[in-house]
Design a protein around this ligand. Structure first.
Ligand SMILES: [Zn+2]
Length: 106
């Protein structure tokens, strides 16, 4: 579990649901291009977005980079994003699903 997930769990446990929900929904609020700039440590983003006071750059930066793995392509089978997988008839299948299919065929 990364720090962001830990924070979400902690906020939920403390009943600070607004904070937990904020972190959970952050990727729906921010544009992918904005998230990319945060990943690149581009602090000019702060002038364009409104954040609650308890969110500092370090947290935002960590959050954005924890999303990085999910910036891959969307698998047609499980709908999850993955950076590794195969192209099958010009559709993308992630490693997990590919391995599962392979095991089924054995
Ligand atoms: Zn998949």
């Amino acid at each position: 579990m990364d720090r962001i997930e830990k924070l979400i769990t902690e906020y939920t446990r403390k009943g600070q649901l607004d904070k937990a929900n904020f972190l959970k929904n952050l990727d729906k609020v921010l544009l992918p291009s904005t998230i990319q700039r945060i990943q690149q440590n581009d602090k000019t983003v702060l002038k364009e977005i409104v954040l609650p006071k308890w969110v500092d750059w370090e947290l935002l930066y960590e959050w954005a980079n924890s999303k990085k793995i999910k910036n891959g392509r969307t698998c047609i089978l499980c709908n999850e994003s993955s950076e590794t997988g195969i192209d099958f008839k010009s559709k993308f299948i992630c490693d997990n699903c590919f391995l599962r299919l392979k095991n089924l065929n054995q």
